[in-house]
Ligand binder design. Structure first.
Ligand code: NAD
Ligand code: LMR
Length: 329
């Protein structure tokens, strides 16, 4: 094995997404079959025994690419020299908790973790926030990191890839075309039911998907609510939130960012002002990835219907940003 190992920090390592994610990272599905990895696993003190159990299972897989493992409840240890951080651990919504309470509870977690990443990780670190509300948690972590100043604030992402993948699957079923033929999907905005899954630019083997679907009522009344409320539908069916599909989306996001992608991918990234989204808001945009860098696709036409949807999901993100503003001072 010629490549030097890279360090991948994963928080919430004892949780259900962690259990689907870690084995795939260690087997090379995220960073390639020639890239050894060292896993640095963060979880709460009371979860350390369970993390040890997961590590025992990782050992028992005898993954050739797994070059080391660390388990800790200290963010400064978990993020030490990290090349990639997947922030999965978050406070779930409990009985009687309002959205604002969740934002505040998670605000505290992501302020600490954003600072610890900026102080300890590689300057080139790539960070993906999965824990909900993931856009605003990524915004908080990025804001905390900005104060430290070492790392690139544009490298703090929120995960919209699950929404992107859900949209592709629904479109494949509707059009009868294989998922692999569908290109140029976009999901704008927040990872919440307000997201806007937009297939106006989507093609399948060169055919316009909009023309294949040709059904505005389906788009408005079936497709958008199905994709937007898929997380809740899974919770209802499983009694637990999505885990394997969320882990799969995290792998997709990081793999494409690190290794490049030949299609547009939706990433929740800090806005640079594109499409009128205020700078800094972590927003789902269509991106292309090359040589470890991502770029927001520019110049797409936003019609009136789309602008209304984009404004709605932006308004929700602005509300979330206002709810955490005090803790970022
Ligand atoms: P889980 O409850 O099974 O596991 C969460 C783990 O995080 C637990 O082991 C817990 O001890 C740990 N944890 C809590 N606070 C922590 C902290 N401060 N530092 C480190 N670890 C901490 O939850 P899960 O099913 O794995 O989901 C994790 C998160 O991912 C949730 O917020 C969920 O809503 C979110 N999620 C996001 C998406 C997405 O598309 N963005 C999809 C599915 C789930
Ligand atoms: C999902 O989209 O599956 C997760 O974000 C879980 C949720 O609360 O919807």
């Amino acid at each position: 094995m010629s490549n030097a190992p890279v360090r991948v920090a994963v928080t919430g390592a004892a949780g259900q997404i962690g259990y689907s994610l870690l084995f795939r990272i260690a087997s090379g599905e995220m960073l390639g079959k020639d890239q050894p990895v060292i896993l640095q696993l963060l979880d709460l003190p009371q979860a350390q025994k369970a993390v040890k159990g997961v590590m025992m299972e990782l050992e028992d897989c005898a993954f050739p690419l797994l070059a080391g493992m660390v388990a800790t409840d200290d963010p400064n240890v978990a993020f030490k020299d990290a090349d990639y951080c997947l922030l999965v651990g978050a406070r779930p919504r409990g009985p009687g908790m309002e959205r604002a309470d969740l934002l505040t509870a998670n605000g505290a977690i992501f302020t600490v973790q954003g600072k610890a990443i900026a102080e300890n990780a590689k300057e080139t670190v790539k960070v993906l926030v999965v824990g909900n509300p993931c856009n605003t948690n990524a915004y908080i972590a990025g804001a905390a990191a900005k104060k430290v100043g070492r790392t690139n604030p544009n490298n703090y992402h929120g995960m919209l890839r699950l929404d992107h993948n859900r949209a592709l699957s629904q479109l494949a079923a509707k059009t009868g075309r294989p998922v692999s033929s569908l290109k140029k999907m976009v999901v704008w905005g927040n990872h919440s039911p307000s997201m806007y899954a937009d297939y106006r630019f989507c093609t399948s083997n060169g055919d316009a998907v909009k023309a294949l679907v040709n059904d505005h009522a389906w788009n408005n009344d079936v497709f958008l609510p199905t994709v937007g409320k898929r997380g809740a539908a899974i919770i209802d069916a499983r009694g637990l939130s999505s885990a394997a599909s969320a882990a799969n989306a995290a792998i997709d996001h990081m793999r494409d960012w690190a290794l490049g992608s030949d299609d547009w991918v939706t990433m929740g990234v800090p806005s640079d002002g594109s499409y009128g989204i205020p700078a800094g808001v972590v927003f789902g945009f269509p991106c292309e990835c090359k040589n470890g860098e991502f770029k927001i696709i520019q110049g797409l036409e936003i019609d009136e219907y789309s602008r209304e949807k984009i404004n709605k999901t932006l308004a929700e993100l602005e509300d979330e940003r206002a709810a955490v503003a005090d803790m970022l001072k």
